[in-house]
Design a protein around this ligand. Structure first.
Ligand SMILES: Nc1ncnc2c1ncn2[C@@H]1O[C@H](COP(=O)(O)OP(=O)(O)OP(=O)(O)O)[C@@H](O)[C@H]1O
Ligand SMILES: [Mg+2]
Length: 275
């Protein structure tokens, strides 16, 4: 689990202080799929870095699997427990052959070579890249490279994976491939997933969405609860599903329809029931 209690952070430079997170509270339970949304500069990546103990809070606590990120002795356990994936797959690939790249993490952890072989084969299957194990990563598409980066993290057997806008640099098909794998990790591999994104469609199947703006949590709840705040989401600069927007607009016109519709099927059902 991940728990932030009254977490605050600021970047201090010689001539300026940028306050980024303020009284930030979040609780991600084991096995949950939580999406953090927010527009540029809202503090999403800062949170990911705090969760991996790359940055330290100014005040408050961040617990990863009950380990406080403030304590130096916890850092390696925290990084083993929660793997981090970044936006740009090119920055995460270290070797010239796919399987060597995936093996890099467990090799550094001192895992035995027959166990590494097994892990590499297993994780390449999970990310649908088992046919590419001998390929050079630089010849792969963006979506394929990002799946290799995910495999590299999975090979270290984390219980939780934090992905910081993993699809932001990908084309639509790459985005779809990576999103499919992320959902698979949560549903089939029972991993705790924290997905940072500003793509509304990536959040629809989450257990919980946390919306941050200027370092503060503005909305939090199920996708249905969060997206039905259409005006607030638009004010923050985020999208909501078109059907939710339509439902809220119809409701404002006096039509008796639920405001928290998030799928086309639900919209069709609701419209058919209107008298
Ligand atoms: N190293 C740094 N030094 C000073 N300020 C920083 C630093 N890194 C980020 N910031 C500032 O902190 C704020 C939050 O940045 P952060 O990267 O966490 O936002 P983000 O939500 O991830 O944005 P994006 O969607 O662009 O990735 C921004 O105003 C940013 O300019
Ligand atoms: Mg960011």
């Amino acid at each position: 689990m991940i728990k932030a209690n009254h977490l605050s952070f600021e970047y201090i430079r010689q001539d300026s202080i940028t306050s980024v997170l303020e009284d930030f509270n979040i609780h991600v339970k084991d096995g949950e799929f939580v999406v953090i949304m927010g527009h540029n500069g809202s503090g999403k990546s800062t949170f990911a870095k705090l969760a991996n103990a790359i940055l330290q809070p100014k005040s408050g606590d961040l617990l990863i699997n009950n380990l406080n990120t403030k304590e130096e002795k916890n850092i390696w356990d925290i990084r083993e427990y929660a793997g981090l994936i970044f936006q740009n797959p090119d920055n995460q690939i270290v070797a010239t052959i796919v399987e060597e790249d995936v093996a890099f993490g467990p090799e550094n952890l001192g895992v035995k070579s027959d166990e590494i072989r097994k892990r590499v084969d297993d994780v390449l299957k999970i990310v649908d890249m088992d046919d590419y194990h001998k390929r050079p990563p630089h010849m792969l598409s963006g979506g394929q490279k990002q799946r290799i980066a995910i495999a590299g993290v999975l090979a270290m057997k984390p219980k939780c994976i934090i992905l910081d806008e993993p699809t932001a640099m990908l084309d639509p098909s790459g985005r779809a491939e990576v999103l499919k794998i992320i959902k698979r990790l949560n549903k089939e591999e029972k991993m705790t997933v924290v997905l940072i994104t500003h793509f509304m469609n990536e959040a629809i199947d989450a257990d919980k969405i946390v919306v941050i703006d200027n370092g503060k949590i503005e909305l939090s709840g199920t996708p249905r609860e969060v997206f039905s705040n259409v005006d607030k989401m638009k004010e923050i600069g985020l999208d909501v599903p078109q059907v939710t927007s339509l439902a809220v607009a119809l409701e404002k016109e006096g039509i008796n329809i639920k405001k928290d519709i998030i799928s086309i099927d639900e919209m069709v059902d609701s419209l058919c029931q209107l008298k």
